[in-house]
Design a protein around this ligand. Structure first.
Ligand code: NAD
Ligand code: DAU
Length: 358
C-alpha cells in the first residue's frame, strides 16, 4: 500500500480519488485537516476499505511511526503543507512548522522505518516529495523557463519553507541513501480547489456578485496545469522516476493573471450569464499588490516528458471550462468551505478591497 499525506487538500484529494479509480492498491491518508483539508472531498470513498483516513500531523512522530509499522507502505507521497503564499506573508510560523519541521520529522520517521526493511523492501521503497516551482524564484519576461538545474531563489516565506523541505529531502538521499523523488510543479487548478487561490476565488466572487481582486497591474505570469495532469505526472514519477532525481512539471500555459480572470469571465458569461446581462468582467477590480510578488514563473517540462513519457491531457481552455462547470455543479461544497473561518481570512486579506458590487 501507499501512504499519502495531505490527502484531504486540493491536490492530495484529487490524487487519492484518481488513485482509487485507477488502482486496487490501498491508500492510507494522513491529514491534519487544517482549514484547507476537507473530508467532503473524499465522501465518494466512504465504505471503500482500500482507503483509510487518519487525522493527524506529519510532525507527530509517534503517530507516524505507528502508522508505518502497522501499514508497512511501499511508498510515501508527501502532499501535506501550508500552501497559500498570502497567508505565509501574514503569518509565516505555521509554514515553518509544517513545511520545514513537519517534513523533517516525517523524514526521520521514514528513515527509521526504511532502514529496518529487508534488501528488496529497501530498494523498492520510494519517498516522493511534492513541491513547487516557486522555489526557483521569479523570471524576467525573456528568461528561459525553469529547468531542474535552475538555482533555488525562494522569495516568500511559503517558497522558502518549501525550498527548505526540498533540501532536507535531497540531504536524506545523499546522506542516508533514502530513495527519494522530488517534483516541482507549476500552478494547479481544478476540482476541490479552496477558494482562497486566484481561480476558485474569482469564480466564487463572480457568482456572488463581488469584486474580482487583481493584485497590482495583473501582468504577473503563472504557468497553469490542470490538477488531474499533475496527479498523472506524480504517478509517472512514482512508477519510473530515477531515485534522487527532481522532475519539473508544468502545463506550457503561461498566462497573465488579468487574462486568466478575463477568460473566467467570458466562460461564465456563457455558462451562467449575469441576471442583468452585463459581463462578469465588470466586477474586475485592481487592488493592492502582494508583498514581494514574483513576476513570472514558467516550467521547462522536457525532462519528465522525454524520460517518463508524460504530457498534460488538458489545454488551459478545456481545463478551465471543466473547473468552472465543476464549481457550478458543487455550489454546496463551495458554501460549506466558505462558511466559518473563511470570512475572517477574506476580511484580513482584502479589507475593503472586495466590496459587494451588486
Ligand atoms: P492545500 O493547502 O489545498 O492542502 C494541504 C493539505 O495538507 C490539507 O488537507 C491540510 O489539512 C494538510 N496539512 C497541512 N498541514 C499538515 C500537517 N502538519 N500534517 C498533515 N496534514 C497537513 O494544498 P495543495 O494546493 O493541495 O498543495 C499540496 C502540495 O502541493 C503542497 O505541498 C504544495 O506546496 C504543493 N504544490 C501546490 C501547487 C498548487 O498550485 N496548489 C502547485 C505546486 C505544488
Ligand atoms: O506556482 C505554484 C504555486 O501556485 C503553489 O506552490 C502554491 O501552493 C499555490 O498557492 C500557487 O501559488 P500562487 O501564489 O501563484 O497562487 P495564487 O492563486 O494565490 O495566485 C496566483 C496569482 O494571482 C498570483 O500572481 C497572485 C495573483 N492573485 C491572487 C489572489 C488570491 C491576485 O491577483 N488576486 C488574488 O486575490
Amino acid at each position: 500500500m501507499i501512504l499519502v499525506t495531505g490527502g484531504a487538500g486540493f491536490i492530495g484529494s484529487n490524487f487519492v480519488l484518481d488513485w482509487r479509480r485507477l488502482s486496487d492498491e490501498p491508500v492510507v491518508n494522513l491529514d491534519k485537516l487544517t482549514y484547507a483539508g476537507n473530508l467532503d472531498n473524499l465522501a465518494s470513498l466512504q465504505g471503500d476499505r482500500r482507503h483509510v483516513f487518519v487525522r493527524g500531523d506529519i510532525g507527530d512522530s509517534a503517530l507516524v511511526d505507528s502508522l508505518l509499522n502497522e501499514y508497512r507502505p511501499r511508498a510515501i507521497l508527501n502532499f501535506a503543507a501550508e500552501s497559500h503564499v498570502d497567508r505565509s506573508i501574514h503569518g509565516p510560523a505555521d509554514f515553518i512548522e509544517t513545511n520545514v519541521v513537519g517534513t523533517f520529522r516525517l523524514l526521520e520517521s521514514v528513515r527509521s522505518y526504511w532502514s529496518k526493511l529487508g534488501a528488496s523492501g529497501k530498494s523498492d521503497f520510494r519517498f516522493l516529495h511534492v513541491s513547487t516551482d516557486e522555489v526557483y524564484g521569479s523570471l524576467l519576461p525573456d528568461e528561459a523557463p525553469f529547468t531542474e538545474e535552475h538555482p533555488y531563489q525562494p522569495n516568500s516565506p511559503y517558497s522558502a519553507s518549501k525550498a527548505s523541505s526540498d533540501h532536507l529531502v535531497r540531504a536524506y538521499h545523499h546522506t542516508y541513501g533514502l530513495p527519494v523523488l522530488t517534483t516541482n510543479c507549476s500552478n494547479n487548478y481544478g476540482p476541490w480547489h479552496f477558494p482562497e487561490k486566484l481561480i476558485p476565488l474569482c469564480i466564487h466572487n463572480a457568482l456572488g456578485g463581488r469584486a474580482l481582486p487583481i493584485y497590482g497591474d495583473g501582468q504577473q505570469v503563472r504557468d497553469w496545469l490542470y490538477v488531474g495532469d499533475h496527479c498523472s505526472a506524480i504517478r509517472h514519477v512514482l512508477a519510473s522516476g530515477r531515485i534522487g532525481e527532481t522532475y519539473n512539471i508544468g502545463g506550457l500555459n503561461e498566462k497573465t493573471n488579468l487574462s486568466v480572470v478575463q477568460l473566467i469571465c467570458s466562460i461564465l458569461n456563457e455558462l451562467k450569464p449575469r441576471a442583468d446581462g452585463k459581463s462578469y468582467a465588470e466586477q474586475i477590480t485592481f487592488v493592492q499588490d502582494r508583498l514581494g510578488h514574483d513576476r513570472r514563473y514558467a516550467i521547462n517540462a522536457n525532462k519528465i516528458r522525454e524520460e517518463l513519457n508524460w504530457a498534460p491531457a488538458e489545454t488551459f481552455e478545456t481545463g478551465l471550462r471543466k473547473t468552472i462547470q465543476w464549481n457550478l455543479d458543487h455550489s454546496a461544497w463551495v458554501s460549506r468551505v466558505t462558511s466559518g473561518d473563511y470570512k475572517n481570512w477574506i476580511d484580513i486579506q482584502y479589507q475593503s478591497a472586495a466590496p459587494e458590487i451588486r
